[in-house]
Design a protein around this ligand. Structure first.
Ligand code: PEP
Ligand code: MN
Length: 360
C-alpha cells in the first residue's frame, strides 16, 4: 500500500476536512431528497445513505435495497453531490457500481470478516472499478484486521483508499456507543501516514450531544475528514435515530470546529502527545492493579498476623527492579525514587486494609 492516491475525490476542490453527510439509511424518496437538498445548500459535497443495512438482530429496518439507488441518482442529478453507500457483498458492489456510486464503504461488521472483504475485493477487480473505497475499522479493536481489509481492497486495484474510525464494540454500558480507543487510528496514521483517515463521530458517540466534541477531537488529532449521520427529521429515523442530527445542526457544528495547523510538524507532535497520554493511562491502570494486589497481601498478612514491612523482601524488590530499569536505560536515582514512592503507597494501602475492616 504505497502508491495510494491520498486525495479521495480528485474531482472535488475541498479546503479543509472532507465532510460526508447523510442519513443512516435511505428510507423514502422524500426523506432522501429533503435531507440531500438541505445538506447541499449548506455546502456538503458528498452524500451518504445506507441502502443495505447490517442489523445486529433480525426484525430491524434492513434498508430499502436497490430501489434506493434510484433515489440516490436523483440526489446527484438535483444537487450535484457525490454519492456514498455501504457494500457488504458481491451483489451490493455490482448494484452500486451500476448506479455510479462514487464512494463505497465497508461497514465494521464486514471489515471483521476476511471472506466478505475478499468477495468485495474480487468483485471490484472483476469490474476494474474506478471508485473510492473507505474501510471502517472492524467491530473489534484489531488493527491488523483493519489493515488486512484495506490491503485486500488495495490488491484489487483500488488506489483511492481510506479508513474510517467508528470506534469499537465492548460489553456493558459506556458513555460511547463504540469505544474510540484513539491509539488504534493513531497507530494506523503512524504506520501509513499517507492514508486518509476519516472519523465517524455518529457511530462512536451514539448520541447527538457527542458529535460536536468528538468531531473537534478528531480535527485536533489530524483526521482528514468526518462522516456524520444527518436526517431531515432525526427523531423519526428508521435506524440510529438517537445519533442523527438535522442538516442545520450539522452546519452549526461544522461552523464551530477549530481546524488547527495541520503542517506535518505539529501533526506529528499531536500524535506523539496522544501516545504519551495513552501510555500514562496505561501506567496508572497498572499502578492501580498493583495497589489492588497490595491490599490483597494486606488481608493475608492480617489473617496470619504478619508485619506489614518485611525488610528482606523490600531490599530484594529494590535491587532487582533497579537493575532491570537500568538495563532499559533509566537512571538509578530516578528508579529508586519511583520504586520507593510506589512501595510507600503499597504499605499505606496495606495498613489501611489491616486497620479498617469496612474497606476490605
Ligand atoms: C453506518 O454507517 O450506518 C453503519 C452501519 O456503520 P457501522 O458499520 O460503523 O456500524
Ligand atoms: Mn448508522
Amino acid at each position: 500500500m504505497t502508491d495510494i492516491e491520498p486525495i479521495l475525490f480528485p474531482q472535488l476542490e475541498i479546503e479543509g476536512p472532507l465532510v460526508i453527510a447523510g442519513p443512516c439509511s435511505a428510507e423514502t424518496r422524500e426523506q432522501l431528497l429533503d435531507t440531500a437538498r438541505e445538506l447541499a445548500s449548506n455546502g456538503i459535497k458528498v452524500f451518504r445513505a445506507g441502502i443495505w443495512k447490517p442489523r445486529t438482530k433480525p426484525g430491524g429496518f434492513e434498508g430499502v435495497g436497490s430501489e434506493g439507488l434510484e433515489w440516490m441518482k436523483e440526489v446527484r442529478e438535483e444537487t450535484g453531490m457525490l454519492l456514498a453507500t455501504e457494500v457488504a457483498n458481491k451483489n451490493h458492489v455490482e448494484e452500486a457500481l451500476k448506479a455510479g456510486i462514487d464512494l463505497l464503504w465497508l461497514g465494521a461488521r464486514t471489515s471483521a470478516n476476511p471472506f466478505a472483504v475478499q468477495e468485495i475485493a474480487d468483485t471490484l477487480a472483476e469490474h476494474k472499478a474506478d471508485v473510492t473505497v473507505i474501510v471502517k475499522n472492524p467491530v473489534n479493536p484489531d488493527l491488523e484486521l483493519w489493515i488486512g481489509a484495506m490491503q485486500r481492497i488495495y490488491n484489487a486495484g483500488i488506489r483511492r483508499l481510506g479508513a474510517i474510525h467508528r470506534g469499537f464494540s465492548s460489553y456493558g454500558k459506556h458513555l460511547y456507543r463504540n469505544m474510540p480507543e484513539w491509539h488504534i487510528p493513531i497507530e494506523l496514521r503512524l504506520r501509513y501516514p499517507w492514508l486518509p483517515i476519516i472519523c465517524d463521530p455518529s457511530h462512536i458517540g451514539g448520541k447527538r450531544e457527542l458529535i460536536a466534541p468528538l468531531s473537534q477531537q478528531a480535527m485536533d488529532m489530524g483526521f482528514n475528514g468526518l462522516i456524520v449521520e444527518s436526517h431531515c427529521n432525526p427523531d423519526c429515523a428508521w435506524s440510529d435515530a438517537a445519533q442523527q442530527i438535522t442538516p442545520e445542526i450539522l452546519n452549526f457544528i461544522l461552523g464551530t470546529l477549530v481546524i488547527r495547523d495541520s503542517k506535518q510538524t505539529t501533526e506529528s507532535l499531536t500524535l506523539l502527545r496522544q501516545q504519551i497520554d495513552r501510555i500514562d493511562n496505561d501506567l496508572l491502570e497498572i499502578l492501580g492493579k498493583r495497589m489492588g494486589v497490595s491490599r490483597e497481601i494486606g488481608r493475608y498478612k492480617r489473617e496470619h498476623r504478619m508485619s506489614v514491612v518485611q525488610a528482606g523482601r523490600y531490599n530484594d524488590v529494590m535491587r532487582t527492579r533497579v537493575k532491570l530499569g537500568a538495563e532499559m536505560g533509566m537512571g538509578e536515582e530516578f528508579l529508586r525514587t519511583v520504586l520507593l514512592a510506589i512501595h510507600d503507597e503499597s504499605v499505606r494501602q496495606q495498613i489501611e486494609v489491616i486497620n479498617d475492616r469496612s474497606k476490605i
